[in-house]
Design a protein around this ligand. Structure first.
Ligand code: SAH
Length: 450
């Protein structure tokens, strides 16, 4: 087999990145853009030792799960990877990704996974956009990175973002062109504006704009602020984030409010949240409520329990739990988020929640050594999952229930395997679709003491 060869391939499976999988003479071939059940003529674009990668030249049989992507830059943009699948097919695909991970990495053969809870309307769901800015052929551009690259695709509008974010991006970039605000150059490190980040409150329509810049002194900033607030009156807060780093990390550590409020206010269910610029906040508010309600249901609270909410961010899950618990203890590593969590408890008249700042794997062993015990532990770690030191302490603490909220099925499977080997049983696995059109999937899992 060599590059540019063309083969007829039956697609019999899919990778977790949504490439079609087929075989040519026992060699696995990953076919971009092909869906399981399809038959294609595909051109080989790469040959490695044990596998090859191919691109579809012609469809010989088309899956009923295929649809026309709605975005004109779908093929180039790195944001979405499932737009060629119907929404129903996407949910089935994600269900399989979760099941596969639990079976292969977790060792849970034949495990039952609930159907993925999807959105009624999976469009314009994102409350946060991060647009990298750079110099294009005809002036500054802000858009999305192309797949596996740092080339910026300058699209006019994105179907998964809130229209308010798109409006802000377009106004800022136009102002940047006219005011000649220097844009950042990744190669030389010169220039000022690096990213335009927006956060939208779906409850109020208010928008926070975070301008990521290399220095505080931005020429033309006053005029930029005036234009932005005139043309997009929903903008209630503009914040500079200073980032002098030379790597890919989007946000720096310091923020300075240059217009309006320091925080954005949103509501989830019956609760109000103040969101600070550097804190994590779920990007899909509609599905977040579905997710949190499942987490509360799985926690099975009667009103007397002590609950730990680890990796608590600005205290969202903690406060959902607090009304039904005796006491909630949240742990979070970002100081700004802990501050917001404490404020959010007050704002919602919740007095049985307290928050500790630090790494969960350090704080929880300390609390345990001090004699503190949890009846229920909720964890919601970042993609890399829980530190083993934390899992070890959780097992020692022997809570009746553990509720694991996860944005990465493979580390979820790894951590569940640890818990299953240490006296806990997986009771229910509920995927929730927080990220339609992308390959990402969120899960909430109930684990109980055997
Ligand atoms: N439960 C929250 C946040 C989940 S995101 C929500 O639903 O909004 C994961 C959070 O874990 C982030 O806020 C991140 O800052 C925090 N985090 C990352 N590593 C951590 C660690 N080792 N210990 C505690 N918190 C951590």
């Amino acid at each position: 087999m060599k590059k540019n060869d063309i083969y007829e391939i039956e697609i019999t499976g899919m990778t977790h990145e949504a490439l079609g999988v087929g075989k040519v003479d026992d060699m696995a071939v990953f076919v971009q853009g092909a869906i399981e059940g399809e038959k294609v003529l595909a051109k080989i674009i790469k040959v490695a030792k044990n596998y090859a990668v191919a691109r579809v030249e012609q469809w010989l049989a088309v899956s009923p799960g295929r649809r026309e992507p709605f975005c004109p830059v779908y093929k180039r943009c790195g944001g979405c990877s499932l737009q060629h699948m119907t929404y129903c097919m996407q949910l089935k695909f994600k269900h399989r990704v979760v099941t596969d991970n639990l079976e292969r990495i977790g060792g849970f053969r034949g495990i039952h996974v609930n159907p993925v809870i999807g959105m009624e309307d999976p469009m314009n769901y994102r409350n946060k956009a991060q647009y990298p800015v750079s110099m294009g052929d005809s002036g500054p551009v802000a858009g999305f990175y192309a797949r596996r690259s740092h080339t910026i695709i300058d699209s006019e509008s994105c179907g998964i973002q809130h229209p308010g974010s798109e409006k802000v991006r377009n106004v800022v970039i136009d102002a940047v062109r006219k005011l000649k605000i220097p844009v950042y150059n990744e190669e030389t490190g010169e220039g000022i504006l690096r990213h335009i980040v927006t956060r939208v409150s779906y409850a109020t329509g208010d928008i926070m704009v975070i301008l990521v810049v290399t220095k505080e002194n931005v020429p033309g900033l006053d005029r930029l602020i005036r234009r932005l607030t005139d043309e997009v009156p929903q903008v209630k807060s503009i914040v500079l984030n200073i980032n002098k780093r030379r790597d890919n990390v989007i946000l720096g550590d310091t923020v300075k409010t240059v217009y309006g409020s320091d925080t954005l206010v949103d509501r989830l269910g019956h609760l109000t949240f103040h969101i600070s610029p550097l804190s994590f906040y779920q990007v899909n508010p509609v599905q977040t409520v579905v997710l949190y309600e499942k987490a509360v249901e799985f926690a099975g609270l009667t009103g007397s329990e002590t609950v730990f909410d680890l990796y608590c961010g600005i205290g969202t899950i903690s406060l959902f739990l607090a009304k039904k618990a005796g006491r909630v203890i949240g742990v979070e590593v970002v100081p700004e988020a802990v501050e917001a969590a404490t404020k959010n408890a007050k704002v919602n008249n919740i007095f049985n929640a307290e928050f500790f700042c630090g790494a969960a794997e350090e704080v929880v062993p300390r609390l345990y050594a001090d004699g503190m015990r949890a009846d229920v532990v909720v964890v919601d770690p970042p993609r890399k999952g829980c530190d083993e030191a934390l899992l070890e302490t959780m097992v020692k603490m022997q809570p009746e229930r553990i509720v694991y909220v996860s944005c990465n099925p493979s580390t979820l499977a790894r951590d569940l395997k640890y818990l299953a080997a240490n006296g806990y049983g997986v009771r229910e696995v509920q995927p929730v679709d927080l990220f339609p059109w992308t390959e990402h999937v969120e899960c909430v899992v109930l684990i109980t003491k055997l």
